[in-house]
Each structure stands twice: as C-alpha cells, then as structure tokens.
Ligand binder design. Sequence first.
Ligand code: PEP
Length: 252
Amino acid sequence: MRTPVVAGNWKMNKDQSGSLELARGVAAGVRDMRGVDIVVAPVSLYLAGVASALKGTNVAVSAQNMHWAEHGAYTGENSPTMLQDVGCGYAIIGHSERREYFFETDEMVNQKVRSALSHDLTPILCIGETLEEREAGKTISKVDFQVRAALSGVSHDDAPKVVIAYEPIWAIGTGRTATPEQAQEVHAQIRKLLGELYGPGIAQQIRVLYGGSVKADNIAELISQTDIDGALVGGASLSVESFVAIARACAR
Ligand code: PEP
C-alpha cells in the first residue's frame, strides 16, 4: 500500500512572515492526520525558517529546485548538502517552469535526481506534456521519454524512493484539470513503464502524484483512481484551508 503524498509548491509566493504563517497554519491543520505524507516547498530563501518552524510536526519541507553538485562556482544555486543542512527532506526536480524558463534539460534533471537520492533527499520528479503534444497524440511518448531520461542510472534500491509528479503543462495554473480518466490513463502508463524498468514489485511501490489545478473540490475523484498516489499542488497550496482539505481527502 503506497502512502499518498500531498506536496504544496508555493513557487515564488509568500514573503517571510507569510511563509511562516502558512507553514504554521498547515501544521496545525494536519496535526492529527495519518496515512499521508505532507510536504511544503517555500522559496529557498525561507527554507531554513520554515523547516525550523515545522520541526517536530508531521509536515516535511521541500526545495523547489537544487543543484546536483555539493559545492562550487554555481552562482545562485543551492546544493543537496545545504538543503539537508537546513532541514529539507525533499526536492522538486524538473518542474515544467524550470524546464521552460530556466532551460533545464533532461540530462540536468537526471543529474539532480541522482544527486538528491545520494544525499537522502526525496526527489519529486516532475514530468508532463504540453497541449500541442497532447493534441498531437504524443502524451505517452513524451512522459515515457522524460521518465527514462530522469531515472537513467537510478538503481533498483533507489527507485522506490523517487516520487513522480505527472503534471500536464496545459493544466498547471490554468484552472483546467485533466479529467480523472485522462490522468489515470497516463499514470497507468507510467507505472507500466516503471515495471519495465524495475519490475512490477518496485513499480507498485513508487508514488506517482498528479499535478495541475488540483483543488479541494476535484481531489476526491483524482485520488480515487488506482494509480494516483497524491498531488503536487500549486495555487491551492497557498491557502491553509484548501491545502489541508486536499491532504485530508488523500489520507488513507
Ligand atoms: C504546479 O505548479 O506544480 C501546479 C500543479 O500548479 P497549480 O496547482 O497551480 O496548477
């Protein structure tokens, strides 16, 4: 039985006091929740403060990005050891906004995934197709390519630690969610591919989240699908009420 994950990607929102307020509100709202892994991802500047505010709670902290190197001349970046140092347990990797606006390649995503795993950080690996790709019937080939590229060199031992977030790009921040059936179809294909790569036993252990305009009022249908193991939430993670409601709907 896979424990669902609900991760809130705050993106470049919330200032210092707003981040702490949101973190504390979420922690209070999910205090008694079991059967779901809850994660919040503030901007890197506030990771340390949020992690310290959440110490001892059941809310884990994620970076929104990380470099693969431990240190070096990489202006503006944060290393896996630095993220560990401030109390992060997760790192979102290969978000479509990073791929699109910061030109992250599949090769970079693969280096980041492998580095996160070797530093005991749980990678939340984001994949997904554009609207053009979906309309051209290329959804499955795109996610297949992205998963293979991102997991290249990831061992059978490490594979179950990876969390995959299927996020159709056309559904991110648009209010347009994939239907539960559309999402399930892609999730099932991802799990089939994971079975080819690692065997069915390991494929059954890997959490595959859905992301793209998830809200409190559409999560129940999504999470009821066989291969949807939680959600990566953008906009709706900025309010305690909606994020806590999404987490509650996913708790098993
Ligand atoms: C995201 O950016 O990962 C995301 C899913 O955003 P939203 O929920 O706002 O569509």
